[in-house]
Design a protein around this ligand. Sequence first.
Ligand SMILES: [Zn+2]
Length: 538
Amino acid sequence: MSLALYRKYRPSIFADVIGQEHVTTPLSNALSSGSTHHAYLFSGPRGCGKTSSARIMARSLNCEKGPTPNPCGQCQSCKDLVANGPGSLDVIELDAATHGLVDDARDLRDKAFFAPVQSKYKIYIIDEAHQLGPGAANALLKVVEEPPPHVIFIFATTEPEKLISTIRSRTHHYPFRLVPPGILTTHLEKICASEGAVVAKGVLPLVVRASGGSVRDALSILGQLLAGAGPDGVSYEIALQLLGFTDGALLDDAIDAIAARDGATLFKTVDRVIESGHDPRRFTSDLLERLRDLMIVDALAETNANSILRDLPDDQLERMRNQSQHIGSANLSRAADIAAEGLTQMRGATAPRLILELICGRILLPGGDTSESGLLSRIERLERAENLAPMGNAQTSAKQSPTPNVGDFKESLPKSPSKAEEIAPKKVVAEETKKTPVKASAGMDVAGLRRVWPDVIEDVKKRRRLTWSLLSASAQVLGLDDSAITIGIVNAGARDSFIRSESDVILRQAFVDVVGIDRKIEVVVDASINPNTPQARE
Ligand SMILES: [Zn+2]
């Protein structure tokens, strides 16, 4: 594999750009109808096809048969501008990140008026355009304001709001987006097939998640995995070794563990953070940021949180919606306070790991906290019929499954009267919950299962809507051992419908499909899932 996958599979026509139809379709239409503009702005996160699309635009404009969305591929310009081709004298790429482009911009201003050498248009592709210095931007502005008819500008940037407005207002703006996981997975599957690569189940979802929706990142991760593959291809274990330690995966594991009140996994995750060489301060600040995002998701549960949390892929948003429901508003706010406070303590601290572990311990256990936010968290947990595990327990026991101690606490703590009726029935529910043993099974543990849970749910959705609706947002993975996968479901009613409808067969098959693990499915009632959210309510 001499050529990096991202370069090897770089598209040369708009039809091959994946996941950006909202941009490529109108651009193709403009090319077909000949209604092209003299300045374009392609914005969006890194690695989702802006620069590739700018080159395709140039190729489509300068084809002898163009402008056309289907460049002929035969003419000199098409051959020069094909992906990984030699390039054309009339398509000039400038990177504003290098040195603000002051000299280049003046040069450009002087040369732009000369006719193109051999094509219809002289096309300037200006990458990282937000980094244009003020001098360069002003020099360019003159040309962008009154361009010669043969000049076309394509600005590409991750931060369109930083591009000076006088230039921005003269462009047609096309926002690129992160690629949705389903589309990206299909794309990776095709590439694996054409590379003749064998990839174990569960690997591609890991790659897609680690990439955060960036095609370039996904292909570079996949390339690395394929390069290190053994004779049997890429195994899940190898992929996990490489990808289980990315910032995003560790953060998700930590939040999943907080949501499940799973102290063992949380402290194991901290261990992985340190072992893999991450800076505990950086991790804490990422954790704080994620808690903030979760608070936003929680507050906007009914509407689309993506209006505020831009650029989050749908699967990540869905995962965060789930996490915020499990953790609850008061707990989220308190956890954020603790993380923020810990972050301050970390400045100049000699043992940041220790502080990170203390933060985790305090987030898990509002029991010893007599502050107002601590009390609120305790009430919130009581309302969810959760027990408050003692400190030592959280660090050592394998899993804090909700146990029926509610009665002991119920009388002794304040509770909001409006919620009183809700507590009583749930006490019964909690008693049905049983301890779930957690044992790591080959290559996959509870954290691993939680990681792929959204993919499993997606798979279930394809198989049977009923099962999906019983699980989506109202269930979580509680345990995994050699004989069974244990799933917690929000209430007895949902659990009974799950069993009655033989949904366990569906779910079992989904696990086999997504991660290749075949286990009996056991369901228990898990009252820690927020019953106040509409999805969870029956
Ligand atoms: Zn052509």
